[in-house]
Design a protein around this ligand. Structure first.
Ligand code: HDD
Length: 697
């Protein structure tokens, strides 16, 4: 036996799927046919506890009952202090080439090289049982099981952060979570304490613009970008270093919902994002992202307008384009949410050889924090042995014992150096083959200080604002109005508005108008903001992809709807890479023109149009009036209209009249009478929402 094997943890080899197949490592319900206790003793009767006499007390000798309740009483572990609500999936990363010119990280060594991954998406502020479509940042954490150890890229869907120094993280999180004296609001930043903190911390202004944009209400995890946020380092085999910023780009492009829609989705389907990911993967529609890096050197860092160690700043892609390193595909849902998604432990400090840290003070603080939190959550230093966290390469060390030790660490020596040989010797350090940190010269006086180069808090916020399309700007204004409108203390609004005046006068006055307040004087800026060139890459709508791939059409059918047309629609959407669901007045289905009955996926009362990217309403002979008489069907159309969606209609005159929308047709409200109509409708669905629609009239 090799030394490394001898001292290895038990569960190192092969992907989880292979390891699980023998059944030795994890139990599945159904592995055995007989119900047993945790100790394997067959259970006689699981319906009745053991009692003395028919109506007498339960007996302490009923160990099966005692054990069952004991385990149940201890099922919960602490939820994550942030990012508590998350959803995970397995997948694979495939390198697009040999990237050894910039990093020796083995996963990027050759074209086609595959590395298993596990991804957990999350909201930040809400508790585990909160809803998916909160206005919030989304976590995008990826564990790469590389052949030189696990790499955790623990990022967000927004490329900047609220604070520059990790010492402020507990304050930020306390401010955004439920207020301590009342226990609400849940899963939202729209309350006094968050905006109080944000207003008093001008460095958060840039991120609040992103947070007020549609980035914070994504249509799907599959349709959002991810960012490593910080500047990291890459190191080549000869020790040459460059700075990098990580980017995930979804193959499906970026899509968001509108705010009124988000509010309604949270009621209609609080699990909207997790269901979407689950359904997509289970149906074989595996989402993909390209992983890329912006690579730059010290010379660029020195001449860039901002400090590359400041996590409240981006480096515009127009200045440093993203170099693609490979593609990630998520192709497998979890077997058990607790075992995998809940117990997965991401830590920024997990990097393999070839990847290293910069001195970003936020990153440095994170590297300290994540290990701590795993012990708190998972309860043992041996959390690395859980299948979801265990590396899939040899593991060999002299760390021993601890709660829930599952590895049988063999051999005699449990220390080094030692003079044993063979099986008793244990592993030795790797030297240059190990994780060699970047050799950086460090000097300076010990001080608690924020560098001057971190002082400009507004210029990039302004750059973000001017890089948005007018529609996106409208949404940002509306979001500030909504959020600040929820603050009860006027002085808090005033402070935020004073900061916004340093971002853009038009933005500030539009928000002030919306709030019905006077504009305060601008706050004093440590550094006067400057006008930077716009960065079109940060706009969602400006970069929209013309496709219906991965999206969903809701078909509301009325009694006697044209069966052939329903069929055509479903086929055309499928061909376009999308999916369809049928909605009817009753979930049992609806009778169609050919006498057949079409089963529905939703009754219209439970399947509102907010669940779909576009809708078609095929009313049919008797269905026109039937739908017009049904309040939920009227909402179905009205909401689709108000959310700027593409709508296809046939035989829906009575419904249009009942909703007051007759006479309000526009280019995104299409008639679905013929086969050709179906083709043009599905083509239009691939385009943008009809933002020009006048929903106020
Ligand atoms: Fe963090 C979780 C992302 C700053 C401390 N963070 C957590 C998760 C993500 C991020 C995606 C969830 C991981 C999962 O799904 O399990 N965090 C970020 C980003 C940050 C950031 C992109 C800034 C660029 N975080 C940050 C700071 C600190 C933390 C400055 C503390 C100093 N974060 C934590 C934590 C969490 C966490 C308390 C809670 C649960 C966990 O780690 O595993 O340690």
């Amino acid at each position: 036996m090799s030394p490394s094997k001898k001292t290895s943890d038990a569960r190192q080899a092969g992907p989880a799927s292979e390891r699980g197949q023998g059944g030795e490592l994890h139990q599945r319900a159904g592995d055995g046919e007989v119900l047993t206790t945790a100790h394997g003793v067959p259970v006689q009767d699981d319906q009745n506890s053991l009692r003395a006499g028919e109506r007498g007390p339960t007996l302490m000798s009923d160990m099966a009952f005692r054990e069952k309740i004991f385990h149940f009483d201890h099922e919960r572990i602490p939820e994550r202090v942030v990012h508590a609500r998350g959803y995970g999936a397995h997948g694979v990363f495939e390198s697009s080439g040999d990237h050894s010119d910039i990093t020796r990280a083995s996963l990027f060594a050759e074209k086609g090289k595959k590395t298993d991954v596990f991804v957990r998406f999350s909201t930040v502020a809400g508790n585990m049982g909160s809803f998916d479509l909160a206005r919030d940042v989304r976590g995008f954490a990826t564990k790469f099981y590389t052949d030189e150890g696990n790499w955790d890229l623990v990022g967000n869907n927004i490329p900047v952060f609220f604070i520059q120094d990790a010492v402020k993280f507990p304050d930020l999180v306390h401010a955004v979570k439920e207020e301590q004296d009342r226990g609400f609001p849940q899963a939202q930043s729209a309350h006094d304490t968050f905006w109080d903190f944000a207003g008093l911390m001008p460095e958060s202004t840039h991120m609040t613009l992103w947070q007020m944009s549609d980035r914070a209400i994504p249509r799907s995890f599959r349709m959002m970008e991810g960012f490593g946020v910080h500047t990291f380092r890459f190191l080549t085999a000869d020790g040459t270093s460059s700075f990098v910023k990580f980017h995930w780009k979804p193959k499906l492009g970026l899509q968001s919902v509108v705010w009124n829609e988000a509010l309604k989705i949270n009621g209609a389907d609080p699990d909207f994002h997790r269901r979407d990911l689950y359904d997509a993967i289970e149906s074989g529609d595996h989402p993909q992202w390209e992983l890329g890096v912006q690579v730059f050197d010290d010379a660029f860092a020195d001449e860039f307008d901002f400090d590359v160690l400041d996590a409240t700043k981006i480096i515009p892609e127009e200045l440093v384009p993203v170099r693609v390193l490979g593609t990630m595909t998520l192709n497998r849902t979890v077997d058990n949410v607790f075992s995998e998604t809940e117990q997965v432990a991401f830590m920024t400090q997990n990097v393999p050889p070839g990847i290293d840290f910069s001195n970003d003070p936020l990153l440095q603080g994170r590297n300290f924090s994540y290990l701590d939190t795993q012990l708190k959550r998972l309860g043992s230093t041996n959390f690395t042995q859980l299948e979801i966290n265990a590396p899939r390469c040899p593991v060999a060390h002299f760390q021993r014992d601890g709660h829930m030790q599952t590895a049988h660490q063999r051999g005699r020596a449990n220390y080094e150096p030692n003079s044993f040989t063979g099986e008793d010797r244990g592993p030795r350090e790797a030297g240059a083959a190990g994780h060699v940190p970047f050799a950086e010269e460090v000097s300076g006086t010990t001080r608690r200080i924020r560098a001057e180069s971190f002082a400009d808090h507004y210029s990039q916020a302004r750059q973000f604002w001017v890089s948005q399309t007018p529609v996106e700007q409208d949404h940002i204004v509306a979001a500030y109005v909504f959020e600040l409108g929820k603050c009860e203390i006027p002085a808090i609004r005033t402070q935020v508005m004073a900061n916004l005046r340093n971002v853009d006068e038009q933005l500030a006055s539009r928000v002030a108008d919306g709030l019905g307040m006077e504009l305060p004087a601008p706050s004093e800026a440590a550094v006067q903001p400057v006008d930077l060139d716009p960065s079109p890459a940060v706009s969602i709508l400006g970069n929209a992809k013309e496709t219906f791939e991965g999206r969903k059409l809701g078909i509301l059918v009325g009694r006697g709807a044209d069966a052939a047309q329903v069929d055509r629609l479903r086929k055309a959407v499928e061909k376009a890479g999308g999916m369809t669901q049928v909605v009817a007045v009753a979930v049992g289905g609806e009778s169609l023109s050919d006498g057949s009955t079409l089963e529905a996926d939703h009754a219209v009362a439970g399947g509102p149009s907010v669940l779909f990217d576009a809708v078609a309403i095929l009313a049919g002979e008797e269905g026109g009036q039937q739908l017009a008489d049904e309040p939920a069907a009227r909402d179905f159309l009205t909401d689709a209209f108000n959310h700027f969606k593409v709508v296809g209609l046939h035989g829906a005159d009575a419904l249009l009249a009942a909703t007051g929308l007759d006479g309000k047709t526009d280019e995104a409200i299409l008639v679905l009478g013929s086969a050709e109509d179906v083709t043009s409708f599905v083509a239009r669905c691939a385009g943008p929402r009809h933002w020009d629609r006048d929903i106020t009239a």
